[in-house]
Design a protein around this ligand. Structure first.
Ligand SMILES: [Zn+2]
Length: 273
């Protein structure tokens, strides 16, 4: 059972000095936008409710979050149950959440894709590790094409346990330069390759949640800050420590403070007016 104390511990106690540094770094008036968070349940036992997510956002002063399902034990064939949980969160907490739906490309996804788009979901989340597919699998390439056709942003897990990101993804990005793509965890397994390969593709955004410190530093050294967006990966990360990691890496890499409003908010907010 979660208590108010659990939330307070994220910004108090041992975190108090880190949190005050973070607050000092966030420019006044910036409405922080979290580009990567989960609501629902995961096969690994993690859970996050809409209320818990909102409590964390309010405690940390985060204004909006992109939310989508976890690797849900109840996903069954089409993810419709977990997608409904996200939609309900969106409807019950107006203004807080930007709802993305999740699919399993191995299974017949056309119906759930159409249902979610019709309903008003604002993006699609794909996880190549959890659902065990490669980014150049023909069924995935087709899905990217469907998203590009209707201008639906896609967030892909491009972090922990990935083997290949840039090489299988580049043909899709070149075929659909208009496709708005968020690289979850900044393609951290090959961040320099990704920085180079996607440099000329402004619709590819690098999202900073749960990236190793060294890779986050390399990201800020090699990618234009207008292409980087803050994310938390709640419930795997938390807002105070992921904000700290992002802001500290940006500072260490010499990113000017004028770029921080974009990284914390504007770069991704412009996609979801
Ligand atoms: Zn995630």
């Amino acid at each position: 059972m979660e208590t108010e104390h659990d939330i307070a511990a994220l910004t108090g106690g041992a975190m108090a000095s880190i949190w005050s540094w973070v607050q000092g770094k966030i420019p006044p008036g910036v409405e922080v936008f979290d580009a990567h968070a989960h609501i629902g349940a995961d096969v690994d036992g993690r859970t996050m409710t809409a209320d818990g997510m909102r409590d964390r956002m309010e405690a940390a002063g985060v204004k909006r979050s992109i939310v989508f399902p976890l690797n849900d034990p109840n996903a069954r064939d089409d993810y419709s149950g977990p997608n409904d949980v996200v939609w309900n969160a969106y409807e019950e907490h107006p203004g807080f959440f930007v709802p993305f739906f999740r699919l399993n490309p191995h299974l017949d996804y056309d119906r759930e894709f159409a249902r979610c788009v019709e309903r008003g979901f604002m993006g699609l989340k794909l996880h190549p590790v959890s659902q065990q597919f490669e980014l150049d699998d023909p069924r995935v390439v087709r899905l990217f094409g469907m998203a590009a056709e209707i201008d639906l942003p896609v967030l892909i897990h491009a972090g922990f346990a990935m083997q290949r990101v840039v090489e299988p993804l580049l043909p899709t990005v070149e075929a659909h330069p208009e496709l708005r793509l968020i690289l979850g965890h900044s393609a951290m397994v090959e961040v320099l390759d990704a920085a180079y390969a996607f440099e000329g593709h402004p619709n590819v955004i690098f999202e900073t949640s749960v990236v190793r410190a060294k890779d986050l530093y390399e990201l800020f050294c090699s990618v234009d800050p207008s292409r980087i967006s803050y994310g938390s990966d709640i419930p795997y990360g938390d807002l105070p420590s992921t904000l700290h990691a992002t802001l500290a890496a940006a500072q260490a890499a010499g990113v000017p403070d004028e770029a921080l409003p974009g990284i914390l908010s504007g770069n991704i907010r412009r996609w979801f007016p």
